[in-house]
Write a protein that binds this ligand. Structure first.
Ligand code: CP3
Length: 344
């Protein structure tokens, strides 16, 4: 592992003159080359499970932009599928899964060791990437956090307020906790296997953490992620971990310690100035440019990018968006963001 990789240096706590940069969903539908490869694969899931093509779309934004990190191309919902849930994607609408709301349905999930039968192609993708990426590009693996994955498994789809998962939690906490535990165990095995295959960093996406209130945020967002980080660190002490409790607001403060993460990824719901004072004091931060700037571009993109770089300039920082880039983004705005970060 090269310690010259800027992402690894930032994750180790170093303040760099220019922050390293990558972008959530950097392989995606805003890129014509992604759309072409996705069409070649047939559909989204076939692309995820085709190691050659999944590696190809992961390489595309590295070739085009020279990002400092590549993120494995896959999806957080492959873990439920590997546990036995049905999964399919409806074009223009998003994911659909068979629902899980009873103890019998939790018990009917596959044992966690069985996930590798389904997820082996993903580890193959990691191996191809590990061998093929430029020497200075860091390879990031990832998984969904248990709460976020559970919201999809309970509802069978994305929901605006994660209502079905909240209802299960409040009406039948034992079933809800059994499901969360099964996902947590599977996620540890999945991330560990990605690391063995060559992932140098792993990121845990808790995209719906913000909808958990009070002690639920601690019990069901922070604590399951903390269990994952402690078990991964026990097996892979040198692999840095990024955690993304999206929507945490003021609760981003203290998240490094509560999760045991080397880096906390920020959305755009907090200002960089606030986060520099309250979150970056505890370690590396990543984020937090609003992804809408990739659609609108112009002076606002340049000035916001400069503001974020300046606010985080006194500590370890990885430049990124606050959430994934959207399909309507203009690829030229991505270049403008990179030029602004690297060129001042
Ligand atoms: O960041 C990357 O480039 C790596 C690949 C990646 C994808 N999904 C590819 C993808 C990652 C890290 C994810 C994570 C993911 N997936 C999350 C957490 C991060 C977040 O965005 O909050 C969630 C909640 C999912 C579940 C998911 N996958 C949804 C809700 C959707 C449909 C919405 C949409 O954008 O269409 C997906 C599909 C998906 N995952 C796409 C991509 C590139 C679009 C699929 C396509 O090509 O049609």
């Amino acid at each position: 592992m090269s310690k010259d990789k800027t992402i690894l240096r930032a994750l180790a706590g170093e303040t760099l003159p220019t922050p390293p940069i990558w972008m959530m969903r950097q392989a995606g539908r805003y890129l014509p080359e992604y759309k072409a490869t996705r069409a070649q694969a047939g559909d989204f899931l076939s692309l995820c499970y085709n190691p050659e093509l999944a590696a190809e779309v992961t390489f595309q934004p590295i070739r085009r932009y020279g990002f400092d990190a590549a993120i494995l191309f896959a999806d957080i919902l492959l873990v439920p599928q590997a546990l036995g849930a049905d999964l399919w994607f409806v074009t223009g609408e998003g994911p659909r899964l068979s629902t899980i709301t009873t103890q019998a349905e939790v018990d009917a999930l596959k044992p966690v060791e069985a996930i590798h039968d389904t997820l082996n192609p993903i580890y193959e993708t990691v191996k191809i990437l590990s061998n093929g990426l430029p020497d200075d590009t860091t390879l990031i693996g990832f998984a969904g956090a248990p709460w976020t994955v559970a919201t999809y498994m309970v509802a069978g789809r994305g929901t605006p307020d994660q209502g079905p998962a909240h209802a299960l939690k409040d009406e039948n906490r034992a079933v809800f906790e059994a499901l969360l535990e099964r996902i947590t165990d599977a996620t540890v095995l999945y991330l560990s296997e990605q690391i063995k295959a060559g992932a140098e960093v792993v990121k845990i996406f808790d995209s719906w953490a913000g909808s958990l209130q009070g002690s639920d945020f601690v019990d069901y967002s922070l604590n399951p992620m903390q269990r994952i980080t402690s078990e991964i660190k026990a097996m892979h002490p040198d692999t840095p971990i990024i955690a993304f409790p999206r929507g945490a607001g003021e609760r981003f403060e203290g998240a490094h310690a509560a999760i045991g993460a080397d880096c906390v990824a920020l959305d755009d719901g907090v200002t960089a100035e606030w986060a520099a004072e309250h979150v970056q004091k505890d370690g590396c931060v990543q984020g937090n440019l609003a992804s809408s700037h990739m659609v609108t571009g112009g002076d606002a993109l340049v000035s916001e990018t400069r503001r974020i770089v300046k606010a985080f300039s006194k500590g370890p920082h990885i430049f990124n968006l606050g959430h994934g880039i959207t399909p309507d983004a203009d690829p030229e705005n991505v270049q403008l963001m990179i030029d602004t970060v690297r060129g001042g």
